[in-house]
Design a protein around this ligand. Structure first.
Ligand code: IMP
Length: 428
């Protein structure tokens, strides 16, 4: 029985959706544990492309259950749309998708707040996705949030929305010079979506505990990435949840002692969307070439992603922080056209070489990246390769070197967006 957590080892967009899609076949339950519709997991199979924001990526490849855990913040309107999209692709959602009754609800006022707060931050803007994520987690920790289980009680839900909006209106007007919100309009706006998702709500923690007793296998699917973790990332340029492996437990009810594998997903280079420090960023032609080759545009917002070389300092931090014991390398094929490939192996801060990630964003934005160079495999291709031995020799050298530096193996190497474009190594 494996209880495996899939964690982004960088700033999100590492290609977790594809790896979950491949591994979900082997799991009886696939569970999302944090974040919300800010995530965008792109899946390509059978000449179809679909982007999931809330439903676990396992919905297409596994026959088991897909769970939206208590740590997720759920936008009912976005979820209703997504259920329709998946069903239109001929996939059964009923009796397979369960939403935790303890997951918090994102309401339209969270999105309004997300936008007005971001505007007010001016040059310190985080570059949020505008999906209401931060304000929804604020409601949660300040204990005024509405949970999915509350939606089963319409009168309670309406009273809560009226109470929160009444409390919020004065600050919207005075602090943010924004329009007052009408609670009745908000109630009307979410009514249909709430009705549509009600049948999926249940106590998923109890469900998962029973599944653990029966020794059933699970895949816990993280969104975003370790460097965007609210505690361990590049604060304040982070998301408002815990994408790291600890968050998998608090966000699902699966205890830490049950976890058997923690798999980190990393691209063969680095990207970041939104603002904040990014030491190995190439804000130049190289970055542009990576963006073009890797189609690096946000799956949720369409924003161009910032691109740069692999940052081994940040990757080692993610490995240690999450207790990763497996890695998956994605988008190796994007490096196919490069003469030379660089990897950031250390930083220089105030004249001193350091091998760790400074936790103050100001410090991290001042570091100078120090690089090791590798000869690329230009003229040869890794695209579509499914056997390790068929990779160009210098691609093997690049991957082996990263493994040696980190002391763990890449059990997957992804060589294209499709399910089949994957090399599987060392484990079943
Ligand atoms: P929020 O999660 O919308 O509050 O955005 C906070 C930061 O996290 C911003 O820099 C976003 O661009 C980034 N972010 C949020 N979700 C994702 C994701 O799924 N992939 C990459 N970056 C993300």
């Amino acid at each position: 029985m494996s209880i495996r957590v899939i964690v982004g080892a960088q700033w999100g967009d590492e290609g977790k959706g594809k790896i979950v899609d491949v591994l979900a076949k082997e799991a009886q339950h696939v569970i999302r544990y944090q974040g919300g519709a800010n995530a965008g997991h792109t899946l390509k199979f059978d000449d179809k492309e679909v982007v999931l924001h809330l439903i676990p990526s396992g919905i297409f490849s596994s026959s088991g259950t897909c769970i939206i855990g208590n740590g997720v913040v759920v936008d009912p309107i976005a979820l209703q749309e997504e259920i329709k999209t998946v069903e239109a692709m001929g996939v059964e959602v009923k009796d397979r998708l369960f939403i935790s009754d303890a997951a918090h609800v994102i309401l339209p006022y969270h999105k309004v707040l997300d936008k007005v707060k971001e505007t007010q931050r001016g040059k310190y803007a985080i570059g949020t996705t505008g999906r209401g994520i931060g304000p929804a987690y604020v409601s949660k920790v300040s204990r005024v949030g509405l949970r999915m289980g509350d939606l089963l009680y319409p009168e309670f839900t309406k009273a809560k929305i009226r109470e929160v909006v009444d409390e919020m209106n004065p600050s919207l007007e005075t602090l943010y010079q924004s329009e007052r919100l009408d609670p009745e309009a908000i109630i009307a706006q979410v009514e249909d979506a709430v009705e549509a998702i009600k049948p999926y709500i249940r106590n998923t923690t109890h469900f998962l505990h029973k599944a653990l007793r029966r020794q059933e296998s699970m895949l816990l699917e993280g969104a975003q990435g370790s460097m965007l973790d609210v505690d361990h990332g590049t604060y304040p340029f982070v998301t408002s949840s815990s994408p790291t492996s600890g968050g998998a437990c608090t966000g699902s009810g699966v205890p830490p002692t049950a976890l058997t594998h923690v798999m980190g997903i990393t691209k063969a280079y680095c990207t970041r969307v939104g603002n904040g420090p990014f030491p190995s960023e190439e804000d130049n032609e190289t970055g542009e070439a990576l963006r073009k080759a890797g189609h690096e545009f946000g799956a949720t917002t369409g924003r161009p992603r910032r691109c740069g070389w692999l940052d081994l300092v940040a990757l080692r931090y993610a490995v240690e922080l999450n207790g990763m014991n497996e890695l998956a390398l994605t988008k190796l094929d994007v490096l196919d056209g490069f003469e030379t490939i660089k990897v950031c192996t250390a930083y220089r801060l105030d004249g001193k070489e350091i091998d760790f990630v400074p936790l103050r964003a100001d410090d991290l934005s001042r570091v100078e990246p120090l690089y090791q160079e590798f000869t690329g495999w230009k003229g040869q291709t890794t695209r579509n390769v499914t056997q390790w031995d068929e990779l160009p020799e210098s691609a093997q050298t690049y991957v082996n070197w990263i493994e040696e530096q980190l002391g763990i193996w890449f059990t997957f190497v992804s060589t294209g967006p499709k399910r089949e474009e994957t090399i599987r190594r060392f484990s079943k």
